[in-house]
Every structure is written in structure tokens, then in C-alpha cells.
Design a protein around this ligand. Structure first.
Ligand SMILES: O=C(O)CCC(=O)C(=O)O
Ligand SMILES: [Fe+2]
Length: 287
């Protein structure tokens, strides 16, 4: 199986040694300085940041990743770019990015989106980059292989039949792609409650990651993170979300950054949504 087939059937690939250790070290120094500015010096102080400070930190973090030399060079390095270019069949564009030093609480199994096609060409991809050798007790990131095909489309079907309000929004996406974010936010509690309950413990696969390794994953795959078993441990990682670059040069921004930047940037974002209704229809016919 080549890596594209693997990505297609499992929903993710792990690329070892994709990032330069020197660039990682430079980036870690920038992130550490930013965290310190916000008073986050360990897992406890990080977890107890007030929501507003946390929002501000995340926005500053995003700008550090868009502007910072080390982060820029890391994220836009040749291996990441080349893999994304091949997945997308076009130039990748960074939607959002953040780095974190700790994973104090577990992240329940979830999908980042059920509204994207699990099939090529991929409209969106996330990169989970290990910025140190990840300690097994530090709150491992896990994925559920194949769940982007087995689970996400089914949840989408359930959502559309159980929630007429959301189905109405879904139907408008073709003409108004910017509704995607609203649909995503409104659907989130419904979807995430279902995912955790349907994913069995033995289905959660946590790759052992070393500094510089990168997991590329389809955000429709079920994934999450275990809780850290030892609050003294760090889990240094950098996350990025990528979409294929839009010809008009429109930028894709996460809502957090969009809120902060609304005054300056026109929200002329066009999501490269793929209509997954034919896929759902084809699947239900074969069942
Ligand atoms: O912190 C983690 O490992 C979870 C990350 C996650 O949910 C994501 O990358 O979409
Ligand atoms: Fe996620």
C-alpha cells in the first residue's frame, strides 16, 4: 500500500523525521516565551488560564505561527508541503496553527468535521507535529483507523435526518459556503456526544512519536488525547490545519482569529467543501 492509499483507507499517515530539530528548537524558544508572557509555566498554570486570557493567548499563538520565522519554516518545510500538495492536487494554505507544551486533561474522542468528504481530493488535512520525543504518560494523541469512512458519514446521515434545522443549513452550503462554520459549531455538541460513545477503547491507536515526526490526518477521522498520567511531563506538539489554496487568494481563518481580525480582514473565505451527499446516497444503497 502506498502512502496515499494508506491515508485514504486509514485516514492518517505518520511521517517520521519530517522536521528539522534545529528549527524545532528555535520554535520551542518562541513558544515558551509567549507562554511565559501569559503566565503559563507548567501544566497547572496553563490549565487555569482564565477564558479571556486563553482566547488572547490562542490568537497570539496563531499569529506567531503565521509570522514567526521558525514556525513558518517548520510548517512550510519541504516534506509537509510536498505531501499536502500531493493530497490536495494544489497548493496548501495554512488555516490555523498552535503549539502546546502540556496535555493535562483528556480530549474526548471527536471528529473535527463530518461535513467533508472522506475521499480524494482531500479538502482539508491536519498535521500533528511532535516537537519532542513524546512520553507515553504525557497524554498521547490517538486516532481511530478507518473511522473517517466507517463512522463520520453515518453521523452526518444521522445528523441530517434527526436535525432538520441543521439539514436546512447543510442544503444551503452549495450557494453559501461561508455557512460551513455555523453549521460546524451548531452540530458540534450533537456529533461529539455520539463519537465518544461509539468508539471502543481498543480501537484507539496512539502512534509512538519522536521529535520531528508528523501525523497527517483527515479531520473526519475520530481522534482525541488521553489524559496525562504525570503533571510534571510535557507533551510538546504543534498542530496545523490546511486547506487547498483558493485561486482567488481568499484566506481561511479559524473563528478565533477571524473574531480578532474581523476589523482588518474581509471574510471573503470560500471553503472548498465537497458535497458528500452523493457519497451518503451511494452508501445507503449498498447497505
Ligand atoms: O491535543 C490533542 O492531541 C488533540 C488534538 C486534536 O484534537 C486535533 O488535532 O484536532
Ligand atoms: Fe481534533
Amino acid at each position: 500500500m502506498n502512502w496515499r492509499e494508506e491515508y485514504s483507507s486509514l485516514g492518517f499517515i505518520v511521517v517520521e523525521g519530517a522536521l528539522s530539530h534545529d528549527l524545532i528548537d528555535g520554535h520551542l524558544a518562541e513558544v515558551e516565551a509567549l507562554l511565559r508572557e501569559y503566565g503559563a509555566t507548567d501544566a497547572a498554570t496553563f490549565a487555569s488560564l482564565a477564558p479571556q486570557a486563553d482566547d488572547r493567548l490562542m490568537t497570539a499563538m496563531l499569529y506567531l505561527h503565521r509570522r514567526g520565522d521558525s514556525a513558518g519554516n517548520l510548517l512550510h518545510g519541504p516534506i509537509i508541503r510536498s505531501i499536502l500538495r500531493q493530497l490536495f492536487g494544489g497548493e496548501p494554505s495554512l488555516g490555523f496553527a498552535r503549539s502546546a507544551f502540556w496535555q493535562p486533561e483528556r480530549v474526548r474522542a471527536h471528529v473535527d468535521t463530518i461535513f467533508r468528504s472522506p475521499d480524494p481530493p482531500y479538502s482539508v488535512c491536519r498535521t500533528w507535529c511532535a516537537l519532542e520525543d513524546i512520553h507515553p504518560d504525557s497524554g498521547l494523541f490517538y486516532l481511530v483507523p478507518g473511522a473517517h469512512r466507517a463512522l463520520a458519514p453515518r453521523l452526518c446521515g444521522e445528523l441530517l435526518s434527526e436535525r432538520p434545522d441543521l439539514a436546512a443549513l447543510f442544503d444551503r452550503l452549495g450557494e453559501e459556503p461561508e455557512l460551513w462554520r455555523r453549521l460546524h459549531n451548531q452540530a458540534w455538541p450533537f456529533v461529539s456526544a455520539k463519537v465518544e460513545s461509539r468508539v471502543k477503547p481498543h480501537e484507539r491507536f496512539a502512534p509512538q512519536l519522536k521529535k520531528g515526526d508528523v501525523v497527517f490526518f483527515n479531520p473526519a477521522i475520530a481522534h482525541g488525547a488521553f489524559a496525562s498520567a504525570d503533571p510534571r511531563l510535557t507533551r510538546k506538539m504543534m498542530l496545523g490545519e490546511w486547506t487547498v489554496k483558493h485561486p482567488a487568494g481568499a484566506e481561511y481563518f479559524a473563528p478565533l482569529a477571524a473574531r480578532a481580525a474581523r476589523a482588518r480582514l474581509s471574510p471573503a473565505r470560500k471553503d472548498n467543501l465537497i458535497d458528500i451527499r452523493p457519497i451518503l446516497a451511494a452508501r445507503s444503497e449498498t447497505r
